[in-house]
Write a protein that binds this ligand. Structure first.
Ligand code: WAQ
Ligand code: MG
Length: 281
């Protein structure tokens, strides 16, 4: 008699963490995170290599790839809902981004600290950080142990099927490229860790879209959180110290594997009043 074994589900297949880091003269240029099956690794390495080598910030002189079989449990989850707010200019975008942070009960001093530091280069030597700063939601104090490097979130990605629905959503709102996908994966993981809210915009001079992410309002994009040509960018994670085991929090961000299996649509594109109204309902 032929024995029939149940097929292993997709989730039980071995998955790998693939990480890329590129630098020039010791300074971080770009990085990427993937969680994927073995058969997709080599093609993805070629893609990430091409991205790193042609990076607009400067050609790297070192590119590192790390490939690691994931042995620990993987968390599977749906993404934060994606909304895009229509704004007129940088001032307008910033005003509304601040409003979302206030709705999340982030204090004024903490908000000012984040905007000021990201705008001028958040590391003590006024350069962009490789990772994120962590800001106390009440006092505005910076909590990360290394304020040059910041905290790097690692081991997160959007699964193949979810990526298909993300592509449809992106087409609908008229965006292309890898940034939305990578930022959405990161923001979802950061919010799952217990972060109250995150503020981010890119360090790439020609990418002006930024976002505020939170459990309550989702991943809220603003078309121009900085001026075109501005080389500064970064990330701030706002944290309520009393609610969190700090070491456990950092450990979750750096080492826990998280794969997004569903992309949640929000309200895009949306005018501000409409966005607020939908969340009040
Ligand atoms: N962990 C922590 N911080 C990071 C990480 C990470 N894995 N990767 C980047 N950062 C920090 C670092 O300070 C960078 O300088 C800064 O964030 C910006 O990184 O249209 O492209 O990769 O919805 O330039 C957001 C909007 C795009 C996307 C963000 O960031 C959209 C972006 P970048
Ligand atoms: Mg960048």
């Amino acid at each position: 008699m032929v024995k029939v074994y149940p097929k292993r589900s997709r989730r039980e297949r071995s998955l790998y963490s693939l990480r890329m880091r590129a630098s020039r003269d010791g300074f971080h240029v770009s990085g990427a995170e993937r969680i994927l099956s073995k058969d997709r690794i080599s093609a993805e390495i070629v893609d990430l290599f091409n991205r790193a080598i042609g990076h607009e910030i400067g050609n790297p002189d070192e590119i590192h790839f790390t490939i690691e079989k994931i042995k620990d449990e993987i968390l599977y989850t749906a993404s934060l809902p994606i909304s895009t707010i229509l704004t007129e200019c940088v001032e307008d975008s910033r005003k509304k981004a601040i409003q979302v942070l206030i709705l999340n009960r982030v204090s004024e001093v903490a908000i000012s600290r984040a905007f000021e530091d990201i705008s001028k280069g958040a590391s003590p030597d006024r350069k962009n950080m490789r990772g994120a700063m962590i800001i106390d939601i009440e006092t505005g104090e910076r909590l990360e142990s290394d304020s040059y490097r910041g905290v790097r979130v690692s081991r997160m990605d959007i699964g193949e099927e979810a990526e298909e629905s993300l592509k449809i959503e992106m087409k609908r709102i008229g965006v292309e490229g890898f940034r939305v996908k990578e930022a959405l994966a990161l923001a979802t993981k950061v919010s799952m860790a217990g972060t109250v809210a995150e503020l981010c915009w890119s360090d790439n001079p020609d990418y002006t879209v930024g976002y505020v992410a939170s459990k309550r309002y989702g991943y809220v994009r603003f078309p121009n959180l900085k001026k075109e040509g501005d080389i500064n960018g970064g990330r701030a994670f706002f944290l309520r110290r009393s609610d969190i085991d700090f070491n456990g929090y950092i450990n979750f961000l750096q080492t826990k594997s998280l794969l997004i299996t569903k992309v949640t649509p929000g309200f895009s594109p949306c005018i501000w009043e409409e966005f607020l109204k939908r969340y009040e309902d």
